[in-house]
Design a protein around this ligand. Structure first.
Ligand code: ADP
Ligand code: MG
Length: 357
């Protein structure tokens, strides 16, 4: 277990010319933390992880494990356990042979190796599966073999690149809980890569949201969800309405904005928001923080339903408010409402939040 630091790390590939795949990334991961790199495909997650593993060297910047500078150290000298998206198991070898692979390379003796393989298989709840062939296992079991193979070398850091993406939805949810349990029990510092925001929020102590090679925000799941730093994060994490509203007054921590019905409301804003009266502020409000009411209720924003979709737990609506489409997720909807109906929206003002463009 060790802390991991990335200092101004950039990576440029020769073929992509001037655009950096990873652009000036600063991240400090605490020992024992479950830290996730989250972002859309192509944003630089895998490249970042591969630099921590040593498969790529940064074009500039430093990577440290504790106080050791590992920036240019080869992968086999870093004590990292890596789990890949496609598992990268050897299909012709047994489970035990796959798990033992890293120990063989490290010239660990046979008795010690056997003991550690059993221990690692126990950790992932596959005790007794050592003699099976890889192709006799389900996808979920193969995933756990890959995890055991990473754990068996007793790594200082566990690096996982979209390890659940080949599993079906239900198994993915079960396995994410399992990975989290194993990580906490083994005490490893974990760096986890995913494009799935629900997975990231369920598993992580902290998340770095990335886009175009840059870190957009680092924080605990609640922080990122309730206080997104900018419009990209607000829209990428869950769904969000980002409304452009006129600013009428400001303090250090609040921005008063005008609503489409002419009312005004003070909204929490990040320190250093830099907005002034007369400008437009971007205000994020989650679909589940908007309630449905009648158009005649005082303070309700009047609108017209343009889309309505029942998903079981919630009903998702799009409501046109003065030409702006507003997404609403309602658990309880009035019986018989339909597309075309006039409806009132009640924004939960406590949950509104000013974001940077
Ligand atoms: P992610 O894992 O977030 O989907 P990647 O780190 O794989 O993103 O890729 C980030 C960017 O770097 C992409 O534009 C990708 O095309 C580019 N890239 C990744 N690996 C290489 C490589 N080996 N050579 C050239 N370009 C690469
Ligand atoms: Mg990737």
């Amino acid at each position: 277990m060790i802390d991991v630091t990335l200092e101004s790390v950039s990576k440029r590939f020769a073929r992509t010319g001037d655009t950096a795949a990873v652009d000036d990334v600063d991240i400090s991961i605490a020992a024992g933390e479950f830290f996730t790199l989250l972002g859309p495909s192509g944003c630089g997650k895998t490249t970042t992880l591969r630099m921590v593993a040593g498969f790529y060297f940064p074009t500039s910047g430093r990577i440290r494990f504790g106080t050791e500078d590992v920036t240019r150290r080869p992968p086999n000298k870093r004590d990292t356990g890596m789990v890949f998206q496609n598992y990268a198991l050897f299909p012709h070898m047994s489970v035990a042979q796959n798990v033992a692979y890293g120990l063989k390379i490290r010239r660990v003796g046979r008795a010690e190796s056997r003991r550690r393989v059993e221990e690692a298989l126990g950790q992932v709840h596959l005790a007794g599966y050592g003699e099976r062939r890889i192709d006799q296992l389900s996808g979920g079991q193969q995933q756990r073999v890959a995890l055991a193979r990473a754990l068996v070398i007793r790594p200082r850091t566990l690096l996982l690149d979209e390890p659940l993406s080949n599993l079906d939805a239900k198994l993915r949810e079960e396995t994410r809980t399992e990975i989290r349990r194993i990580q906490k029990e083994s005490g490893n510092t974990a760096i986890y890569v995913t494009h799935d925001q629900a997975e990231a929020m369920a598993m992580s102590d902290r998340i770095a949201v990335m886009e175009s090679g840059r870190v957009q925000q680092i924080g605990a799941p609640q922080e990122i969800y309730h206080r997104p730093a900018n419009a990209f994060v607000a829209r990428f994490i869950g769904r969000s309405n980002v409304l452009s509203l006129p600013v009428t007054a400001v303090t250090d921590e609040t921005v008063t904005v005008g609503l489409p019905d002419g009312a005004e409301t003070a909204v929490a804003a990040p320190v250093g928001h830099g907005l002034r009266a007369g400008e437009a502020a971007l205000v994020s409000v989650r679909p589940e923080h908007i309630g449905l009411t009648s158009t005649t209720e005082p303070g309700a924003l009047p609108g017209r339903i343009t889309e309505l979709e029942f998903t079981g737990m919630a009903t998702n609506l799009v409501v046109d408010v003065a030409g702006e489409p507003v997404q609403v997720a309602a658990i309880d909807v009035p019986a018989g409402i339909a597309v075309g109906d006039q409806i009132g929206l009640r924004l939960n003002r406590e949950r509104m939040w000013v974001v940077h463009p």
